[in-house]
Design a protein around this ligand. Structure first.
Ligand SMILES: NC(=O)c1ccc[n+]([C@@H]2O[C@H](COP(=O)([O-])OP(=O)(O)OC[C@H]3O[C@@H](n4cnc5c(N)ncnc54)[C@H](O)[C@@H]3O)[C@@H](O)[C@H]2O)c1
Length: 469
């Protein structure tokens, strides 16, 4: 489904026509042809005036502002331009610069396609996209077609498999780098476990679990004034993510947010670098949580109590891999529950379970007893965290947001591929439409596309090999 079709089908198009400053719609982006993408582009030397990395940010909502705060802390970056359609969000974004006494970036606004002007007018080294999901595809491809060699996007490349292929083909055609800003790949415990995996502590990996298990009810509904809770509105009466994200729970059923779970797992088993996802099968529970939340918070007579949500409260997906591992992913965002991504990394010699905060290593742990994971995680702290933990203080999500932005900027400075690339982004994003197809087809098993077109067998891992970025 293309973005404009999705919007038309979900009624967001009508909403957009009524509110031209927040959601409007346009044609889907074009795809290119193939060419190698593991290549170098000229490096930008850093450290002296005039050689800063020139960045623009499209989408200055809550996530865009978080990225802007990190970029504004860096002496090697100049934020040249920002773009949004919402004055309130733009004002908050501008305040990040004025509070620090930094020059204000040029602002592009007033039109949902103002980002095209930004891309055409500014000379940039990279762009960072933090808009609603339905905009990502068009904006990523627009940036690539405008000649940008480095494009960072927030979670999810697009809505459909065709969207994901279009980004891969455009990146190949333009020999450009597209990095998904999947911050959980850089979580400290996730990286310590990566270190343990690479040092063979768990033996040969056999089975992995993870997911997005986070009560988002106060993200999906608010009062239109604050971002989290305080009411039961979504769509045009709501603020921030409830304005657009909740609509996806009305008309879609699948794993809508796979990347927090699958990103780290893909790094553990070298997906697209000697391994690949081969097939997938998804199951969905009934949908009760969002309706239940509205009734409990705002009563049975609130207009949104009549909305029928399609997204099952717990969507469970099994994935097969070329090297024989199995993966179990869960999307669980509609029910009251404490946050946990539910990681389990299990091999021939032991396992990590993050909910239990425990690790067992055969021959080193007491027989049949869990060790507290902290003992192992501290010992195997990843070199990146050892080196940069001070700089990451205060960055979002416990510091991991620092690392994902750092990786993007350092790749630009060195003219190297980003450590998470377009094939990773496409493979992880593809889980959403594949899980929707599996559920819609009665839990049928669906084949996983090979976005690398066979290159996966010989590609080498780039992610977090040193303490640099
Ligand atoms: N990795 C993480 O931990 C994390 C956390 C939160 C959000 N996200 C992701 O970040 C993205 C943005 O989420 P958010 O929380 O900032 O949402 P948000 O609603 O707060 O911000 C989105 C912004 O995009 C703007 N926008 C919409 N259409 C636009 C257009 N045509 N041109 C320019 N701007 C436009 C909106 O006005 C809004 O300010 C989403 O992909 C979300 O999934 C990731």
């Amino acid at each position: 489904m293309r973005r404009k079709d999705f919007l038309r089908q979900t009624g967001l198009a009508a909403m957009a026509l009524a509110t031209p400053k927040s959601h409007l719609f346009g044609a889907a982006a074009a795809a290119g042809n193939t060419a190698p993408s593991d290549h170098k582009v000229p490096a930008i030397p850093s450290g002296s005036a005039g050689t800063k990395v020139r960045i623009a940010v499209i989408g200055t909502g809550l996530r865009g502002q978080s990225h802007l705060s990190l970029l504004a802390r860096r002496s090697d970056v100049e934020v040249i331009a920002i773009c949004d359609v919402d004055d309130r969000m733009l004002d908050s974004a501008k305040a990040i610069f004025s509070k620090k006494g930094l020059p204000l970036p040029k602002v592009y606004t007033g039109d949902p396609y103002a980002w095209r002007q930004l891309l055409a007018q500014q000379s940039l080294d990279g762009v960072l996209i933090a808009t609603p999901w339905e905009w990502h595809n068009e904006m990523i491809i627009g940036a690539l077609d405008a000649g940008l060699k480095y494009v960072a996007t927030e979670v999810i490349l697009g809505l459909t498999l065709d969207d994901h292929w279009a980004v891969v083909k455009a990146a190949e055609k333009h020999q450009a780098h597209v990095m998904m800003l999947e911050n959980v790949c850089y979580r400290r415990d996730v990286m310590a476990v990566l270190n343990m995996v690479r040092q063979g502590l768990f033996g040969e990996l056999i089975h992995l679990q993870g997911g997005y298990q986070h009560n988002l009810r106060d993200v999906k509904f608010n009062d239109g004034k604050q971002a989290y809770g305080g009411g039961c509105e979504f769509g045009e009466k709501a603020f921030s993510e409830a304005r657009w994200r909740t609509q996806h729970s009305v008309f879609r059923n699948g794993d809508l947010y796979p990347t927090h779970g699958i990103g780290p797992i893909a790094n553990y088993i070298n997906i697209n670098r000697g391994n690949r996802f081969t097939s997938l099968c998804s199951f969905s529970s009934k949908a009760r949580g969002l309706h239940d939340h509205i009734v409990k918070q705002c009563g049975p007579n609130h207009p949104n109590a009549a909305v029928k949500f399609k997204l099952g409260d717990v969507v469970t997906t099994s994935i097969n891999c070329a090297n024989g591992e199995t993966i179990l992913l869960q999307h669980d965002t509609n029910l009251p529950r404490p946050y946990s991504l539910g990681f389990r990394v299990q091999g021939t010699n032991g396992l990590w379970m993050d909910v239990a905060q425990s690790i067992y290593i055969d021959g080193q742990s007491k027989s049949d007893e869990w060790d507290p994971s902290s003992t192992w995680l501290e010992k195997y702290d990843h070199p990146l965290w050892k080196r940069w933990s001070k700089e990451s203080e205060g960055a979002g999500h416990g510091g991991m947001d620092f690392f994902v932005v750092q990786a993007f900027i350092e790749s630009i400075k060195r003219g190297t591929p980003t450590p998470l690339d377009v094939y990773d982004a496409a493979s992880w994003s593809a889980i959403t439409p594949l899980s929707e197809a599996s559920i819609a087809g009665g839990n049928k098993t669906v084949e996983f596309p090979d976005f690398t077109s066979g290159k996966w067998a010989d590609r080498k891992t780039l992610f977090a090999l040193t303490d640099e970025y």
